[in-house]
Design a protein around this ligand. Structure first.
Ligand code: DHE
Length: 498
């Protein structure tokens, strides 16, 4: 009898579970009901960001579940903890971290529909509407709440703080006169901000998943590099209107994601790093009406992280598969040297300086606890400097004998090292906020101060005297990442990112 009852109750429990399972809405239904209105059909984005794994940046699944349950402060994202149960939230999290089955299209017509001007560029004031040195401004990207701060680089006081698109990535880029700044988000939005009148000029969505944006040396064009779809897009830098979209594929039709686009001003061209085909693309833009014809350069291996010499004659490239680096002469379209760069160098963060009559470059490594110093004539490693962990960013300035380099990964990610460019020795190791990630340095126009990010939700921007290494100011910020000085960027200063 007891056995019969037990069997019966087990059967009932199984039936209830099956019914419940049958009624559990699918991820697609949950998404369509609760998310699509803001995040768009097919997860491609709308007023809210695209919900694709490639676009979510460094967001962890647990953080995504928390945002769905509780919302995101200072945005339109409200919490769904009252509406959705834990299992439904988990279903949605799995869904948004699942790649799309096919590469989506994003045509010039799609871009044009998103193109918005908040102010007519022709009506902008001719001179700065503030009394700060317009060439010593910084834009500081705060990824914690998707804002950016415009900072006066003399007084270290914010002039403006505004909301950006979700998850900006890659360096902010300036027009050659330093007046406009262009920002790209992982969602494909490109925004244009006027540093004279301190206002957003306009925006356009140039891709579904974007890597970065570059500005032509003459300031006429922007190029946007996309992972989704596989394309580079030309925009008119004066007002962001879409001009041309080029699908990235080799002569056999094999398509590639774009790793990054770079400007090469002395060459009047853009240079494109590709993830999936063994080519570098050069796209010249000289002349009044360029056709942006592609010049593919075959390379012996994948090269998707670049560093250029100051003349943009050669490019040093490495792949994210931890193989050796290579030096490619862009005019001769051939590899001219191999380079000893194991440990995944982050060449995009490299810097150069002169040492004993030689041109040196240095790069941190994403996997190894070291900075490599390379002679740019012989391409031999002059020194491999051990650090307390793998680093991400490195910076210097012509007016300082020091280069600053962070530890980004591992238990010592609260460390900032200072390297003496004369002796190639680390001379100081700081922990500005023990236990908190500190990263990314940028110098003021005159090199007298170094600005460092405490890259935490309730983080800060720390201003250091670049000579004494004393802290002079701490400005609270929301997970500040990159910061970009107008003068250093538009003069292509040797110690800064280009
Ligand atoms: Fe970046 C620049 C690639 C992850 C913050 N990053 C760049 C550039 C490339 C690149 C190619 C140079 C383009 C430019 O500046 O226009 N980044 C990659 C990756 O492949 C990687 C490892 C993985 C990914 O998913 O993209 C990656 N990057 C990150 C981060 O996790 C960082 C720390 C935080 C974030 O916001 O995503 C990050 N990357 C940055 C920053 C720059 C950057 C702040 C600009 C640095 C500069 O000083 O110019």
């Amino acid at each position: 009898m007891t056995r019969t009852l037990a069997a019966l109750s087990a059967a009932v429990a199984a039936l209830v579970a099956t019914t419940a399972a049958a009624e559990e809405p699918s991820a697609e239904v949950l998404y369509a009901t609760h998310c699509a209105v803001c995040h768009g059909d097919g997860r491609l984005g709308g007023t809210g960001p695209a919900l694709l794994p490639e676009n979510l940046g460094r967001l962890k699944k647990t953080e995504a579940a928390d945002v769905i349950a509780h919302g995101r402060a200072a945005t339109q994202m409200v919490g769904y903890g009252e509406v959705l149960d834990e299992a439904e939230i988990a279903t949605l999290v799995d869904y948004i971290f699942t790649p799309l089955p096919a590469v989506p299209d994003w045509t010039l017509a799609d871009m044009r529909e998103t193109h918005t001007l908040h102010v007519d560029p022709a009506t902008l004031p001719p001179a700065p509407q503030h009394d700060a040195d317009p060439l010593n401004l910084f834009i500081v990207v705060e990824t914690g709440d998707h804002h950016a701060t415009i900072l006066d680089g003399d007084r270290f006081e914010p002039l403006d703080r505004f909301e950006t698109r979700y998850a900006l990535h890659g360096g902010a880029k300036y027009s050659p006169d330093g007046r406009f700044v262009y920002l790209a988000s992982r969602d494909g939005w490109v925004q244009m901000y006027d540093l004279h009148s301190l206002q957003m000029v306009g925006e356009v969505r140039a891709g579904i998943n974007t890597r970065n944006v570059a500005v032509s040396g003459d300031g006429r064009w922007l190029m946007v590099g996309n992972m989704l779809p596989h394309s580079v897009v030309v925009l008119d830098a004066r007002d962001l209107s879409p001009v041309k979209a080029i699908t990235v594929a080799d002569s056999d039709g094999k398509e590639s994601r774009v790793s990054a686009v770079y400007t090469a001003p002395p060459r009047d061209s853009f240079v494109v790093a590709l993830k999936d085909i063994k080519e570098i693309w050069e796209i010249p833009y000289a002349g009044a009406a360029p056709d942006f014809a592609v010049r593919p350069i075959a390379v012996p291996d994948f090269m998707d992280d670049f560093f250029f010499d100051q003349d943009y004659r050669v490019v040093v490239g490495a792949a994210r598969n931890d193989k050796q680096g290579a030096v490619v002469d862009l005019d001769r379209a051939e590899k001219v040297a191999d380079i000893d760069l194991s440990g995944m160098p982050h060449l995009g963060s490299g810097i150069t300086w002169q040492w004993q009559g030689r041109d040196l470059m240095a790069t941190p490594h994403l996997r190894d606890a070291a900075v490599s110093v390379i002679d740019m004539n012989t391409w031999e490693t002059v020194k491999r400097i051990e650090t307390l962990g793998p680093g991400f960013f490195m910076r210097s300035h012509d007016n300082t004998p020091y280069a600053w380099t962070d530890v980004f990964f591992g238990p010592n990610r609260d460390v900032m090292h200072i390297l003496d460019k004369r002796t190639l020795e680390l001379v100081k190791t700081m922990r500005p906020e023990p236990g908190k990630t500190v990263a990314h340095v940028e110098f003021t126009r005159d090199g007298s101060h170094a600005l460092v990010s405490v890259m935490e939700a309730d983080g800060a921007l720390i201003v250091y005297d670049a000579e004494t290494f004393e802290e002079v100011r701490r400005i609270p910020m929301k997970r500040p990442s990159g910061k970009y000085n107008v003068f250093n960027k538009i003069t292509y200063a040797r110690g800064t990112s280009h």
